[in-house]
Design a protein around this ligand. Structure first.
Ligand SMILES: [Zn+2]
Length: 424
């Protein structure tokens, strides 16, 4: 990258990226790292810092880290970015294409006060025919970056990574430790964060808190509901469709359960920020042909839970409904299994970490998120978690997802303030 009127150093160059089909493709535009020595360039220095973040964002989008592709290429781009700026970063790869990245700034002492930035590398898939542009070819237009993951959450990755780089290269290094944990699989099974917490919980002896730069429009969120996705399957006995009396119709058995679930309420006390617990029947699968009595029928329930609610108690209350039906009809048999379970998240408003973040950013009000995150797993590090990042959360998982680029610089400055307030 040519920088007119300033002395600049290009520190590294990524000459190729992996495309969605796994082949290597040359990249003409490379990420250039600029170290300015001329203070007269300070005005445009800010612009170039934004340009570095934008280039990183474009590279991350182009790696298309869907569940199908995995996160390894994305992890390599991010680890290279950190290493190019003199920051220690390690890629942890498993199952050939799954990967986490962990970068560290500051003290090497595991007892040092430690602030964690927790991000996810993966994105949800995008169907090209619902987009106006190719979702994995980033397009910058009118101050926005279009591309799958621009908002959820590669923008947040870029802002937090850039904050770490600037803190690491500042005159006042942190008096403690910042760990940047980029995890795989948040959109599916949280496999990456579970692996990170398992590896690091004994190496973070003195945790201060975790910041999750998911898109919140730079509002500080300190709570969200948990998820409990359940499958309930009724068992029947197959028979020829012309002789139904010889079989047990699993769909009819499911119908009995559905009638009972109409009035079913999960006991709970509404939460100040989060409101109530909810349950939605979102999927039904049953039968194989018009002339075969179905031997199986399944429903899938999306339950959103509140802090303190026990998943086990919810499952037991549904089992009790099934047991009642079995008592009334011995041919009613159902099995409940968990598809996915993530706990709810909550940090108290008067918690010292929350208060310190509010002071460092000048943002007084804290709110709750309508979505879930890897936060409950990061909370297993035994410190509070906040969600605070660039981008409009309503863009997540939608066609033509786009990030307002001005938010990158704003987020980066907030993160630097938080790190400085906690660790200097
Ligand atoms: Zn996300």
């Amino acid at each position: 990258m040519a920088v007119r009127g300033c002395s600049a150093t290009k520190n590294f160059d990524i000459s190729a990226i992996f495309t969605r089909d796994g082949t290597l493709k040359p990249v003409k535009s490379v990420l250039s790292v600029i170290k300015l020595k001329n203070t007269r360039c300070r005005g445009s220095y800010k612009g170039r810092r934004l340009s570095i973040m934008k280039n990183l964002l474009k590279q991350l989008i182009a790696t298309a880290p869907t569940e199908e592709n995995g996160e390894l290429n994305t992890a390599n781009v991010l680890a290279d970015y950190f290493k190019a700026h003199g920051i220690d970063a390690e890629t942890d790869c498993w199952d050939e294409k799954r990967a986490n990245v962990v970068a560290k700034v500051g003290s090497d002492d595991i007892n040092a006060p430690t602030l964690v930035f927790g991000v996810h590398l993966d994105v949800v898939p995008a169907s090209a025919d619902t987009w106006e542009t190719n979702p994995f070819e980033p397009v910058e237009k009118d101050g926005y970056m279009y591309g799958r993951g621009s908002v959820d959450m590669q923008g947040g990755i870029c802002a937090a990574a850039a904050a770490l780089v600037e803190i690491a290269n500042s005159d006042v290094p942190p008096n403690g430790r910042v760990i940047f944990a980029a995890a795989a699989g948040e959109e599916t099974d949280s496999c990456g964060v579970r692996r990170f917490v398992e590896q690091y919980k004994d190496k973070i002896v003195n945790p201060i808190g975790t910041v999750i730069p998911e898109p919140t429009g730079m509002e500080i969120l300190r709570a969200h509901r948990g998820i409990l996705w359940l499958k309930i399957q009724t068992a029947g006995k197959t028979a020829h469709g012309s002789m139904p009396h010889l079989g047990i119709n699993a769909i009819e058995k499911m119908n009995a359960l559905l009638n009972r679930l109409k009035d079913f309420q999960i006991p709970h006390t509404p939460h100040d920020l989060l409101g109530g617990c909810s349950m939605s029947l979102n999927r039904i699968i049953g039968g194989s042909a018009t002339n075969i009595v179905p031997e199986s029928c399944a429903i899938e329930l999306d339950i959103r839970t509140l802090p303190g609610q026990s998943h086990e108690e919810i499952i037991n209350s549904l089992k009790a409904v099934c047991d009642e039906l079995h008592a009334e009809d011995s041919e009613f048999n159902a099995n409940i299994s968990i598809i996915r379970a993530v706990g709810a998240l909550e940090a108290e408003e008067n918690d010292s970490f929350i208060q310190s973040v509010c002071q460092a950013t000048g943002i007084i009000e804290t709110k709750a998120a309508g979505f879930t995150t890897d936060g409950p797993y990061f909370a297993k590090l035994n410190a509070p978690v906040i969600i605070f990042g660039p981008g409009d959360g309503s863009q997540c998982h939608k066609p033509n997802e786009h990030l307002e680029l001005d938010q990158l610089g704003i987020a980066k400055e907030y993160y630097k303030s938080i790190i400085s307030a906690m660790l200097t």
